[in-house]
Design a protein around this ligand. Structure first.
Ligand code: B12
Ligand code: SF4
Ligand code: SF4
Length: 308
């Protein structure tokens, strides 16, 4: 076993120990194939009001510009597939990813621990940890490293566990052993495209973010356009439809991260409880949650929109 393989094995083993579902590694380089796709997506305004997507175009496509001297992208998946579900089937729905503690906190801690381990075991390695927050094409790096393929709903998928996991990365100045992309197993399936309540999957592999329920209910600061009334399939925060219908998600496995367990009250709230939610209840339910991104008034706006 050469040194690169030895280091790669050490990192992958520690990632597992820290609770990550899997770890894959790619050479940090310019993403030539993605550049025209990202450009087209932005040109067609599929980012809607998410102006941050327009920023750092060059860095987003090239990790060596984002982290000077970097050589490798270490992609990490963290499962969030929950055991429970909202009990009142008529209650407005929350995406599974937002049931527990905000994933940014949970993952950041694990990434830091992994970077510390690399520095202790391998040497004076420089690196930075990213989860969602930076201009990095998370799914593309994970796919390149062999962790899964990007499905027609544009999420990263695996045959073993579907797609209910987060993606994060460490970008480091250490040469490692690189993985190879897996094959696409979407085949003739179009379940996600057919089921999307707002027809946001405008062609296979392309999601028009500006039409996605997740965008409207989480990212949009203004009021939700009236033309979308009656199309939200009762989602008040995010949307899981294109993943729930994906046949590969029959293989989802329950997460084992205690911090992702919801406040039990969240699963027992009735439709009426949600419609009458107060600021105090919101604060209690979503203390360290990603739902805080939309704030109390944002959630109220979403619930009201569903009633119209
Ligand atoms: C912006 C964003 C959104 C936006 C836009 C969605 C989107 N698809 O881009 C909105 C708010 C709508 C959104 C929604 C959701 N998101 Co989001 N989001 C992001 C974010 C911050 C950036 C994504 C991005 O770069 N988009 C830019 C566009 C251009 O990229 P893209 O859609 O992947 O497009 C590629 C394909 O279209 C492809 N392509 C184009 N043409 C063609 C043609 C062919 C033939 C092929 C093969 C490919 C191809 O090239 C493009 C560029 O690579 C990432 C975090 C990150 N930093 O990566 C999370 C992220 C993608 N989101 C995530 C999640 C969980 C969600 C939701 C499931 C949340 C929810 N339950 O509500 C939904 C799913 C919606 C969906 N089907 O995509 C996870 C996905 C995990 C996974 N397993 O894949 C990520 C990675 C966050 C994380 N760190 O875990 N999200
Ligand atoms: S998250 Fe919902 S609205 Fe967005 S693309 Fe998937 S099914 Fe469509
Ligand atoms: S629902 Fe079908 S087409 Fe869509 S991502 Fe899953 S396998 Fe691919």
């Amino acid at each position: 076993m050469n040194t690169k393989q030895k280091h790669t094995n050490l990192i992958k083993t520690e990632a597992k120990r820290l609770g990550f579902l899997s770890c894959g590694i790619s050479r940090g380089e310019f993403l030539e194939e993605e550049a025209p796709r990202l450009e087209k997506w932005l040109k067609n305004e599929m980012h809607g009001d998410m102006q941050y997507m327009e920023n750092h175009f060059d860095k987003r496509l090239d990790p060596t510009k984002l982290v000077e001297g970097s050589k490798s992208v270490i992609s990490l998946l963290l499962n969030y597939f929950p055991s429970g579900a909202q009990e009142d089937k008529t209650a407005p729905k929350i995406s599974k990813y937002a049931y527990g503690t905000d994933y940014h906190f949970v993952i950041k801690d694990k990434l830091k621990a992994l970077l510390n381990y690399i520095q202790e075991e391998i040497g004076d390695i420089q690196g930075r940890a990213f989860v969602d927050s930076a201009p990095v094409l998370d799914k593309v790096w994970a796919a390149r490293s062999g962790l899964g393929w990007i499905g027609k709903n544009s999420n990263l998928l695996t045959q073993q566990v579907g797609s209910f996991y987060f993606i994060a990365e460490l970008i480091v100045d250490l040469e490692l052993d690189y993985g190879n992309p897996t094959t696409d197993h979407c085949g003739n399936c179009t379940a996600c495209i057919d089921a999307c309540p707002t027809q946001a999957i405008v062609e296979p592999y392309v999601v028009d973010g500006s039409k996605c329920i997740s965008y409207f209910t989480i990212e949009l600061k203004d009021s939700i356009p009236a033309d979308f009334k009656g199309t939200f399939d009762n989602w008040m925060f995010g949307c899981d439809v294109c993943q729930d219908v994906c046949p590969w998600n029959r293989f989802s496995k329950l997460h084992n991260e205690p911090l992702f367990n919801p406040n039990p009250e969240l699963l027992t709230m009735s439709k009426n409880d949600w419609e009458e939610i107060t600021q105090d209840v919101f604060n209690r339910l979503f203390k360290n949650s990603a739902v805080k991104r939309t704030k109390y008034l944002g959630l109220k706006r979403n619930i009201k929109f569903l009633k119209q």
